[in-house]
Design a protein around this ligand. Structure first.
Ligand code: GAL
Length: 825
């Protein structure tokens, strides 16, 4: 062992030496390309920073995406007018981007890499078409060598995009919404997507990590490759030297006492490939990766590193609420951290390819991923959807997905589709087999799944039996029947719940069951969390199946966050332009349901959360049910100090197994308070809601997600704590400021709907605001917005200069305001 380490260290230091020897001119290099000019009509142009979403500033209008359709998936047979189905934002149509690309001398090849471009991108360089792609969600590479001049600052790159109407079931955004970069190569270079790292086995004592790679270009005569793996502290833990000039190579590294990747301990390693010609370093490639094993079996269900665990997952669409589809690191970190704090350990990238940044963050923050691909294959779900491309592009899209992302330890399975209409057909079975085989070809280490919604048909055709992991969307009551026919011996709730709610809104009497269209006149859904769609169910129903049956290997809840578009059950109601399914709202604020999942999923913290709010003027004496979400088993509720009795969870009851409910409480203003207890009668926690008086002060709570030392709530003026929160002076870091209206005693005002205005000055700028109201057509990008259920989120972006940002939030009607200062550095 000592010998191996000594040898590895020697090789690694040789690499360092070579890097410092000044032979780097031809070593491959990556240059980010954030600065572009943009036009919708090809006539008037404006400078933009990529990632960029051309549609997010609106204005909201139902004319943008009005449709006369029957949503077959939802069981509709008659066409009706659908508004807001894809966000009611102007994403449809063409868009043009162009930039002048400077290419230094000394390189032999240049490749443009797009992490996604919405959609149908056609890329031209110096006036000639260099390549194209069809799907808006996939990463693709275009070799532009034949079209460019090295040593010129003036290579014209143009990207034409085209979004057709009725091409999406949700808001896809428009434009270069994910990063673009150019890779420059010298004589010989590692082909980025051909480097593949996988853990063959891993125990506490040793892991075997297989590395394969492909060299392209002129190999030379005295070539050799040094492969080394370094831990997070930069220590080389395994290495190998491969002699020879074969372009393709493979080796297995042995790592002693590996630190295994998991959501709880997301340890990463850095793989380096260094190609030498004699003493000259020709190319070097580094890949961040992790060591971990995954398996799924009848005996043990899903296992990570040999330990069985139920997947506690959420489905997420790609939009970032008020930021639209434009990718942003701080926003993604906020999303992931919030889900982790709930106890969630996995994300399904519904229903398309994830971005590189999202996967890197899932790797480093510890979040497992089901990386999905398609919402349709041959048969369309909407007129101009991906079905137009599947036959020509399907295999290429899967190939890119897998080759691009397979080194991320966070990805635990690939998904080849969501509710594919042809799940009943022989043709569907053949396609499923082909796509699954393709995934295995490029990545034998992960199982493949897909979400099926027609259980009987997919089992009758053999479609479900083909899959490594049979995934079923909803219809938990069919799980028993499914299991009886599945040779795999387990199943996954690939999509669950679709419970609908609006943050802070409660409806009386409490209804339990499936919604019809437009259930309430105000376009909102009730936060008692008892209403769902005709095809779906309660969180409680999913948990019951998972808790009672080892063969259910986990779930992915629809959805972690509300998203733009698909405003079910208000598909025919205007204005309504975003979803109600989220555990958090579109602004990222937790709904009550967040605490329901946290109570069940997060075993590390106690949860005691009471609902509804207690401002029900006019309901005095009326039955006003009170619910509590807790990890405790029992609770006692008090209304103005009077006990309403102790309630205990009841494992035999659908609604009382996971919730504490007091259904007969009569409303009187004042205070409701709950005290919860565990099975030993020990106190778990307490929570209360108070009837708030007139709004009279504003509270600002700051979250800078990209900073470990974020001080939530500590930046409020007058606060004595150290002001740790700060932003990077990089022009895209974000602070998320939760704005709440309070009464004079500091109680939250749950009904406040004041219009607030925002002024941001100094080293930052106003970026967006969102209140989570699915029926609001106020622009996200204007510095004013109404509170919804007493809250909204204001987003501030750093400039590229250090300094201070001052943020002032004001209610003109009440003549109150609050200011907070952030540091940018
Ligand atoms: C599913 C579908 C999702 C979403 C959801 C709403 O059937 O896979 O994309 O439409 O329904 O409940």
């Amino acid at each position: 062992m000592k010998n191996i380490i000594a040898k590895a260290l020697l090789l690694a230091s040789t690499l360092m030496l070579a890097l410092s020897m000044g032979c780097r001119a031809q070593v491959s290099r990556v240059i980010d390309l954030p600065d572009w000019d943009f036009s919708r009509d090809g006539q008037s142009w404006q400078p933009v920073r990529v990632p960029h979403d051309w549609a997010i500033s609106g204005p909201f209008d139902k004319k943008w995406d009005l449709q006369m359709v029957a949503i077959e998936q939802n069981g509709e047979t008659e066409k009706t007018e659908k508004s807001g189905r894809s966000g009611a934002l102007p994403w449809i149509g063409k868009g043009y981007y162009r930039m002048r690309l400077a290419l230094p001398k000394g390189y032999k090849r240049a490749v443009l890499v797009f992490d996604g471009a919405m959609s149908e991108p056609v890329v031209s360089v110096n006036g000639r078409e260099a390549g194209r792609w069809a799907y808006g969600y996939n990463a693709f590479r275009i070799d532009i060598t034949p079209f460019v001049k090295f040593g010129s600052k003036d290579n014209l790159v143009e990207v034409h995009l085209n979004n057709r109407e009725e091409s999406s079931r949700w808001y896809p955004g428009g434009g270069l919404y994910r990063p673009v970069h150019v890779e420059l190569y010298g004589d010989a270079a590692f082909s980025p997507w051909d480097t593949y790292v996988r853990t063959l086995s891993a125990t506490r004592d040793e892991a075997q990590v297989e590395v394969s790679a492909l060299l392209q270009g002129n190999m030379g005569k005295r070539g050799y490759t040094v492969v080394s793996l370094a831990d997070a502290e930069g220590r080389v833990v395994a290495a190998d030297t491969l002699q020879g000039n074969a372009p393709q190579f493979q080796t297995t590294l042995r790592v002693a006492e590996p630190r295994l990747w998991s959501p709880e301990s997301p340890t990463l390693y850095r793989l380096s490939l260094a190609r030498y010609e004699g003493r000259r370093l020709v190319d070097v490639q580094t890949v961040k990766t992790g060591i971990r094993t995954i398996s799924v079996s009848r005996e043990h269900g899903f296992q990570l590193n040999g330990v069985s665990r139920k997947i506690k997952g959420v489905c997420l669409h790609h939009d970032l609420g008020p930021l639209g589809a434009a990718e942003n690191k701080a926003a993604l970190i906020r999303q992931i951290k919030m889900m982790k704090a709930m106890g969630c350990d996995a994300i399904r990238t519904a229903h398309n390819m994830p971005s590189t940044m999202q996967m890197e963050l899932c790797d480093s923050l510890g979040m497992m991923v089901m990386a999905e691909s398609f919402d349709m294959w041959v048969y369309p779900k909407c007129k101009n959807g991906y079905a137009r491309f599947f036959e020509e592009w399907g295999d290429r899209d899967i190939t890119n997905l897998v080759k691009h992302h397979r080194n991320h330890p966070s990805i635990i399975m690939w998904s080849i589709g969501n509710e594919i209409p042809e799940q009943w057909s022989k043709e569907g079975v053949a396609i499923a087999r082909r796509l699954q085989d393709l995934c295995h070809q490029y990545d034998p280490s992960r199982p493949v799944t897909q979400g099926m919604d027609r259980a009987e048909e997919s089992l009758a055709s053999g479609f479900a039996q083909v899959m490594d992991v049979p995934g079923f969307n909803y219809r938990v009551h069919k799980y028993y029947n499914n299991m009886a026919q599945l040779p795999q011996g387990f199943l996954l709730g690939s999509e669950t719940a679709s419970t609908v709610s609006s943050r802070g809104v409660y409806k009386f009497p409490v209804r339990v069951g499936a919604h019809n269209n437009n259930p309430y006149p105000d376009g909102q859904c009730s936060s008692y969390d008892t209403e769902y769609c005709s095809w779906s169910n309660l969180p409680d129903d999913d948990w019951q199946m998972q808790d009672d049956h080892s063969w259910v290997i986990g779930e992915f809840v629809w959805t972690g966050y509300d998203y733009l578009g698909e405003p079910t059950p208000y598909d025919t109601y205007w204005p309504s332009r975003s979803s109600y399914f989220g555990i958090c709202d579109l602004a990222g604020l937790p709904k009550d349901r967040y605490y329901m999942y946290r109570a069940h999923w997060n075993g590390r913290v106690h949860t005691t959360h009471l609902l509804p709010h207690w401002n029900w003027s006019g309901r005095e004496g009326e039955p006003t049910p009170v619910y509590c979400y807790t990890d405790g088993v029992e609770g006692e509720l008090f209304v103005n100090g009077k006990s309403q009795g102790r309630v205990r969870k009841d494992p035999t009851s659908r609604l009382d197994r996971y919730r504490l409910r007091w259904n007969d409480v009569r409303y009187e203003p004042g205070e409701i308070r709950v005290v919860t207890y565990n099975q030993y009668g020990e106190k778990v926690g307490e929570d209360c809601r108070r009837t708030a008086g007139e709004p009279s002060q504003i509270r600002l709570e700051v979250d800078c997600p990209d900073h470990v030392s974020t001080a939530v709530a500590c930046l409020v003026e007058g606060c004595d704590h150290n002001h740790d929160a700060s932003l990077n002076a990089d022009g895209h870091d974000l602070a998320f400021i939760t704005v709440s209206m309070l009464d004079a005693d500091g109680n939250e005002c749950p009904l406040a709907d004041d219009e607030l205005t925002f002024e941001v000055s100094g080293a930052g700028e106003f970026k967006a605001a969102c209140n989570g109201d699915a029926t609001s057509i106020e622009s996200f990008t204007q510095p004013r917005m109404r509170l919804f259920s007493g809250k909204l989120v204001l987003i501030v972006q750093s400039l590229k200069q250090a300094g201070k940002v001052t943020v002032r939030v004001r209610s003109a009607a009440r003549n109150i305001e609050k200011t907070v200062t952030l540091r940018v550095g």
